[in-house]
Design a protein around this ligand. Structure first.
Ligand code: SAH
Length: 563
């Protein structure tokens, strides 16, 4: 919940606008400002104060505790010009809140956290437990001092400007090492602890066997991702409570599935009790990985709990990101976030140029020229399989005549894949032309480099016969000049020469141009590879200089009736 506090009429007006925009997220705190701030601070995850920063500093100062748990506080000035992230920029989410408040109120967000300002991900915002001297290492990153990255386990970190070696270090490990001076230790969630327990096993005994196993193997409890057991034990109080106290989820598997997992120490007791010769080892090993601690029993007489520890291979992350047709404001916020999130960027050189300024320092860029699609796809997948966070980019939508299919054809299920849709050339062109795609439409690529011409021709003919609006991609290049006239000829067998045709070149780019012509009048020589050509159906009309395809025949009938 976001607590809203104001003191004056102007402040109250802005407060009410925010409350109206976010009715479910906000609560207004009335009364004297000091008292309102204290109540909101105790009750809310975040505060927006429509007060001077000085006043808010004095009010919250005595309330501040720890930056990991304090609410984030944003101040908006009386004039509503600035939304200042005052405290809790990262942990309290105040930086992000300042941006959101700014966009609702038309105020400028003011964010002074150093790592945000220079585009470096904060070490405490990576979503991983972090230990050691975060402040010193962050300062070193900002000052450009050499910071070494020592990754003992693979994990898809965002980009960080790290060096081969240096006096500072970021260590990525699940082992229970103490951070050295000038070092931070990041704890990726790589460990799965399989547990078994007899009915009524006390939580202390379950925790004891887990903690003992981790301690003896010199593994960090902060890297435990989950506890795993058999379905039959999903409600066993000692196991459920142990997971809760460790702050990790409990996942369970069917006995049959566990029985299929090969384990070093099967036994008869669990086979009789729950139907699998192994619970702890099998549940830990279901998803693959390296068995670091084979089954061990708790110290009780009789022992009521068992556990085993497995290190899962780090899963890389492949984001397939559509950049939109060209204009920066047609690149989605989600695409931007993925570009900032990736430590490896793979793409065609001209597309990399389009977004280079959005990349964070330390991003490794693997660009290549036209025609290297297969290689780019393989590179992106190979990097992700090494455990990296990879973004594979394409113009428009990356799934439309672009990189998503060659990449996913290569990818195995050992990486996570995230797709970010983009505005396609056909959609961008449609918006420029008017409303040509108002009824059924298809895109057809006229490039016969990868597709035999007979196949393309068959599809053009089908669209012609079915009276579907057609957008031609890759319509014409220097070496491929007869395909477009041929395709238009096929459409002309079924549509009048007066059928509207829209030609859009470089949609949303600096040298955008478009024109509306007809099937009879289009000169193919004016079309090139930067262009899409949209041919209307028999109902498409030019209305006030715009290309309009009616949504249905009823509309058309009423138009004709009116004539
Ligand atoms: N993935 C892209 C298509 C890539 S195929 C998308 O979703 O739009 C390349 C073809 O797309 C070009 O030959 C051209 O026909 C078309 N194209 C891409 N961007 C364009 C733009 N901004 N304006 C017009 N056509 C464009």
């Amino acid at each position: 919940m976001i607590g809203l506090i104001s003191a004056t009429a102007a402040g109250a007006a802005a407060r009410d606008r925010l409350a109206a925009a976010w009715p479910d997220r906000t609560r207004v705190y009335d009364g004297p400002a000091g008292d309102a701030v204290r109540r909101a601070f105790a009750e809310c995850g975040q505060l927006v104060c429509f007060l001077a920063t000085g006043a808010v500093v004095r009010l919250v100062a005595p309330l501040l505790g720890d930056k990991t748990s304090d609410p984030g506080v944003v101040c908006v000035d009386e004039g509503g010009r600035y939304a200042v992230s005052l405290v809790g920029g990262h942990g309290g989410g105040a930086n992000e809140l300042a941006r959101e408040v700014g966009s609702v109120l038309g105020a400028e967000p003011v964010v002074t956290t150093a790592t945000d300002a220079v585009g470096i991900a904060g070490l405490d915002t990576l979503g991983l437990p972090v230990e050691g001297d975060v402040a010193a290492v962050s300062r070193a990153l900002l000052d450009g001092e050499p910071v070494a990255l020592r990754a003992e386990v693979a994990w898809p970190l965002p980009p960080l400007p790290v060096a081969e070696d240096g006096p500072y270090a970021i260590r990525v490990t699940d082992r229970s090492v103490e951070p050295a001076a000038r070092e931070v230790v990041l704890r990726p969630p790589t460990l799965v602890v399989g547990v078994g327990a007899s009915k009524g096993a006390p939580v202390a005994e379950v925790l004891d066997v887990i903690e003992g196993a981790l301690r003896d193997a010199e593994l960090s409890v902060a890297s435990v991702a989950e506890l795993a057991t058999v379905d039959a034990k999903a409600e066993e109080p000692g196991i459920v409570e142990a997971a809760a106290r460790l702050g990790v989820p409990l996942v369970t598997y069917g006995a049959e599935e566990l029985a299929r997992v090969e384990v070093p120490n099967p036994s008869d007791a669990p086979l009789a009790a729950v139907g699998t010769p192994s619970v702890a080892e099998a549940a830990a090993l279901v998803g693959g990985g390296e068995l670091l601690v084979p089954k061990r029993k708790s110290a009780g007489r009789p022992a009521m709990a068992t556990c085993a520890v497995v290190r899962r291979p780090g899963r890389g992350r492949l984001a397939v990101v559509g950049l939109g047709p060209g204009a920066r404001d047609l690149l989605t916020p989600r695409a931007k976030a993925e570009l900032e999130r990736a430590s490896v960027l793979v793409g065609l050189d001209q597309y990399v140029g389009q977004i280079r300024d959005l990349l964070r320092p330390g991003t490794r860029i693997l660009e290549s020229g036209l025609g290297a699609e297969e290689k780019r796809a393989r590179t992106a997948v190979a990097e992700a399989r090494k455990g990296q966070a990879v973004a594979l980019i394409g113009s428009g939508d990356a799934g439309v005549y672009a990189m998503a299919s060659p990449a996913l054809a290569e990818a195995s299920d050992d990486i996570d894949v995230v797709g970010v849709p983009g505005v396609t050339a056909a959609l961008a062109a449609g918006a420029i032309l008017g409303a040509p795609l108002g009824h059924d439409h298809v895109s057809i690529s006229l490039s016969d480099l990868h597709t035999p011409w007979e196949v393309i021709e068959r599809r053009v003919r089908a669209a012609a016969e079915a009276d579907i609006v057609v957008t031609f991609y890759n319509p014409r290049s220097r070496g491929r000049d007869w395909q477009l006239p041929k395709a238009l000829g096929i459409l002309a067998e079924h549509r009048e020469p007066t059928t509207p045709v829209g030609v859009v070149r470089n949609a949303s780019r600096a040298d955008e141009s478009s024109r509306l012509t007809t099937l009879g009048a289009l000169d193919p020589a004016t079309v090139d590879m930067m262009t899409v050509v949209t041919v209307g159906n028999t109902a498409t009309r030019e209305i006030a200089g715009r290309m309009v395809t009616p949504r249905g025949y009823r509309w058309q009938a009423s138009q004709e009736g009116a004539q």
